[in-house]
Structure formats: C-alpha cells, structure tokens
Design a protein around this ligand. Structure first.
Ligand SMILES: NC(=O)c1ccc[n+]([C@@H]2O[C@H](COP(=O)([O-])OP(=O)(O)OC[C@H]3O[C@@H](n4cnc5c(N)ncnc54)[C@H](O)[C@@H]3O)[C@@H](O)[C@H]2O)c1
Length: 372
C-alpha cells in the first residue's frame, strides 16, 4: 500500500502521524511510505531520518494526498485537507466527529473510508489509541501546575516538594482514571502530598492496592471535594463521564474558600471542563486568574511535548496501521471487531452510531459497510 503522511496544519500542532520507526516497519512489510517535507520537524524528526527509514519525501501536501492510498495523520483533516480526499482513499487519524457536523459532511461527500483513532476499542472496553494522550496529559498536569504555582505566574509561591522544615504542596486530583492516576504519580514523585478522589469504588480499590503509600484515595462526594479543594495548593480536574460534558465539581463561590494563588489545572477542559470558572486556553497564553485562583486550561496539552506525544501515539497506532496496510481496511476490520469500532465514515455513509445520534444523521451498520 502507498502510505502518505502530510504535515499537520492545525494551529499549534507539532505532532506528526508517522514516526520514522513506524515508517521503517511499514517499509519492511513491503509498503511504500511518503512523508511531506518538514512534517516531522516539530517532533524532532527531520527528512533525513525518514529517508534513512526508507520513506520518500514529498515536496508538498498536494503530492501526498494525490498519491497515497492511505493518509495517516494526528488531528482531524482541516477544510483544505478535506478538499483533497478522494473516493476509496483511507484516512487514519483522530476525527472527533460528534461535535463537528461540517467535517462529517465533508468526509461523507469525499467518499473516503475514515477510521478514527478515538473510537478504536480493545478487548477490555478501553480506548487504546486515546490512552497514550491521557497518559501524556496526566503526567504533564502537575508539571504545568507547578509552573503556575510560581509567584511570577500568579501562583502561591509554593514548591511542590517543600524543603526540610517546610511541608510540601497539597495536590488534589479529582478523577482517578488514566489522566488522574498519571497526574497523581508525577505529583507524588515531585514530593507533593497527593489525594485522588473518584466515584468508582472499584477504581479506588485498585488505586489503594497499587499506590498505597504514594498517595491517598477518597470518595468523591460534594462535601469531601469542597473540604479538600479549600485545603489544596493545586487541584487537577481529570473526570470523564463517557459521551457527556464534564460535571462542574468546583463552583465560582468555592474559589473564595481556596488559598490565594492556588492553581486549578482543568485537564477535562476538552469536555467542557470540571470547574465552573474554566475556559479553554492555548499554549501561547495558557493561564488566567479568577478571584486570585490561577487556572491552566489548555485543551490540547500533549502538543506541548510533541516529541514524547508523537512517539507514544506512534507506538499505539502501529499495529492497527500495519493491519490496514497489509490486509486492506475491510479484511483488517473483518478480522478485528475492535478496529471495526474505529470505522466512522465509508463511501458516503456515516458508520458510527454515537456520531449519528449526536448529529441526527442515518448510520450504515459498520458490518454492512464491510460487505459493500
Ligand atoms: N486537555 C487535554 O489535553 C487532554 C488530554 C487527554 C485527555 N483529556 C481529558 O481528560 C479527561 C479524563 O480522561 P481519562 O482518560 O483519565 O478518562 P478515564 O475514563 O480514564 O477516567 C475518568 C475518571 O473520572 C471518574 N469520575 C467520573 N465522574 C467523577 C466525579 N464526579 N468525581 C470523581 N471522579 C469521577 C471516573 O470514575 C473515572 O475513573 C477526559 O475529559 C479527557 O478527554 C484532556
């Protein structure tokens, strides 16, 4: 198969869809790989490294889109990219179609077969191509929060680990899933005093079993949250109710009970945020203050560490990518129902029920799409 990887054109996106390591594997499987010149620069992979891996370097995106049978990317295709897609071409990338009717229409009109990273499942019901970005954002959250706690950034001027004779920062993590557990581990590693709240007793049992001694766990009741928010130097918002907007767990009123200069890191901002006063920010201008409380609410946190995020995403996407290239998308999806769950659009039809429900569009069953 001819696999093509264009440079990302979305604002502030430095990741790239194909690493040199993935390119090498694809070439070893007998495929040809074409990467747009400069596509890997933001993640620290230059053209020469791709050439060494056996890839061809294309002069521009137009060439990649015109010649490739499968396009591999990171972010959803932008309008200029959508205009270049053609019937029968395969698109393998994050799509997030449910809140994006314009993109959904364009993909259906293009005749492309689009497999979305975020809806590929695993046998345990997890989302294996979404998980690495939650790991990255979770581990980054205390790092950004620690920076925001510095006086010059409006913070309280508290050092995460304290020093002998001075206690550490108190960090509260709300939501003990993929983001929250990674955030808690890093905050504890920085020497902070960490508590994780969750609603799921199974999850709390797991965290207590595995991380006892590193951080404490608590049940996420309204009272427990209010009491701990008032004490915290940093609160990390990491809740998720699948398919729903994030619940608002800290109100504006509660800010007045917090320590002046405390920091809220709202990782759940991509689902609307779990603090009432949050609004999405960018890496250019990541923080703002409300009533003396510093908010960090960047919606695409992994972009800050594009190299780590690119390699982590590349590790997760390699097996499905090779399956699609080796067998063709239909046989690969027939052999693997978890990959079939990733099929969102095929030959003018929407093939994902959740997206169809969100947008009010009729859905062709993915199984029927296989036999088309
Ligand atoms: N900003 C970014 O760059 C970025 C990057 C990756 C993920 N995210 C977002 O981070 C959020 C968390 O993702 P995840 O992968 O950790 O999800 P996850 O499903 O692994 O974990 C979510 C946890 O929240 C818990 N929860 C739900 N309601 C709660 C409540 N009221 N109180 C306490 N806990 C509650 C659940 O029990 C679960 O353990 C999602 O909104 C995700 O989209 C943001």
């Amino acid at each position: 198969m001819r696999i093509g990887c264009p440079a990302e054109i979305k604002n502030q996106e430095y990741r790239v869809g194909l690493t040199p390591a993935a390119a090498r594997e694809a070439v070893a499987h007998g495929h040809t790989v074409m990467v747009e010149t400069g596509a890997g620069d933001g993640a620290g992979f230059d053209d020469a490294t791709y050439r060494l891996a056996g890839a061809d370097i294309a002069p521009d995106a137009a060439t990649v889109f015109a010649e490739a049978e499968m396009i591999v990317k990171v972010k959803e295709p932008q309008p200029a990219e959508r205009a270049r897609l053609r019937p029968g071409q395969i698109l393998f990338t994050y799509l997030h179609l449910a809140p994006d009717p314009a993109q959904t229409r364009d993909l259906m009109d293009s005749g492309v077969t689009a497999i979305a990273y975020e809806t590929v499942t695993d046998p345990r019901g997890g989302l294996p191509l979404l998980a690495p970005m939650s790991e990255v954002a979770g581990r980054l959250a205390p790092q950004m929060g620690a920076w925001a706690l510095q006086k010059a950034n409006g913070g309280r001027g508290t050092l995460m680990g304290g020093v002998p004779g001075v206690g550490p920062a108190e960090v509260l993590v709300i939501g003990g899933g993929m983001v929250g557990t990674n955030a808690a581990r890093v905050a504890a590693g920085m020497g902070a005093d960490v508590t994780v709240l969750d609603l799921s007793m199974d999850r709390l049992r797991y965290l207590d079993d595995v991380y006892r001694g590193l951080f404490r766990t608590g049940y996420s009741s309204t009272a427990a949250t209010a009491e701990r928010v008032a004490r915290a130097d940093m609160v990390v918002g990491a809740v998720l109710i699948p398919g729903a907007a994030a619940p608002k767990l800290v109100s504006r009123e509660q800010l007045s009970a917090m320590k002046p200069g405390a920091v809220l890191v709202d990782v759940a901002i991509d689902q609307g945020g779990c603090f009432e006063t949050s609004h999405a920010t960018t890496h250019d201008d990541p923080i703002f203050s409300v009533d003396g409380i510093v908010h960090y609410c960047v919606a695409n946190m992994p972009g800050a560490v594009a190299r780590t995020a690119t390699i982590a995403l590349g590790n997760a996407t390699l097996r499905p990518l090779l399956a699609i290239a080796d067998k063709g998308w239909a046989a690969a999806c027939r052999d693997d129902p978890n990959l079939l769950a990733g099929l969102n659009v095929h030959a003018g039809h929407l093939t994902n029920y959740a997206v169809g429900q969100a947008l009010g569009i009729d859905v062709l069953s993915p199984k029927l799409a296989l036999s088309e």
